[in-house]
Ligand binder design. Sequence first.
Ligand code: ATP
Length: 236
Amino acid sequence: SNAGDLLKVEGLTAGYGAAPVLHEVTLSVGAGRIVAVLGANGAGKTTLLRTLSGLLPLAAGRVMFDGLDLRGVKVEKMVRHGIAHVPEGRGVVTELTVDENLRLGGLWRKPREPLDEIYDLFPALAQRKNHLGHQLSGGERQMLAIGRALAAKPRLLLLDEPSLGLAPKITSQIMGLLRDLRDRTGLAVLLVEQNVRSALSIADEGIVLNLGRIAAREKADKLADDADLRHAYLGF
Ligand code: ATP
């Protein structure tokens, strides 16, 4: 952790009821960094993103974003501050069109991102502006979910399992897109993934969660090469 970190999480304990899921989690994400959050089913990855996006309260610890204490900040305020969350299962409104979904994403943020930029990023969506969410393929829905988050012009994207249910080719397309976006705009990404290889292919660093605690934090290439760690926590 250093002074330049955009997101700083210190001693975060959180969960759904009396028994916490996350225990004293400390991590940081610098501007323009992609940090992968890895770990087995039930390790607490989704819970971490839900807590950082304001959906779940902190039981203990501190979350600072660009010098601002996020305790008690509500979801819509998070978006205004520059934090956008793409939830697991994507959260596209299937009864609305592509264009309407993207407009929803920009509602809480001023100045609003012109949607043209989003359509430039995702040409497949531009061709389907007036299609309903439920008419899209899985990959298109994931792109729409990411596009909707980007419409809020975030500085930090909290991205939960973008590869879920997608063909490998579509997954690598989405990963490449995230890397380009980071390179071009300085977007920071906290990326939860079961697909460890895909995540580490674009991440700068990887964090391994085990039973709600940080088990390891390494540079992505080092983590990918660390067979003991992979066997212990990542199942390959
Ligand atoms: P997965 O990849 O399976 O989503 P994960 O690492 O994202 O795993 P979480 O979904 O954060 O893990 O779950 C962590 C723990 O929190 C699990 O023990 C789970 O049963 C519990 N949990 C998840 N959602 C809830 C909920 N809504 N209420 C109570 N407990 C929950």
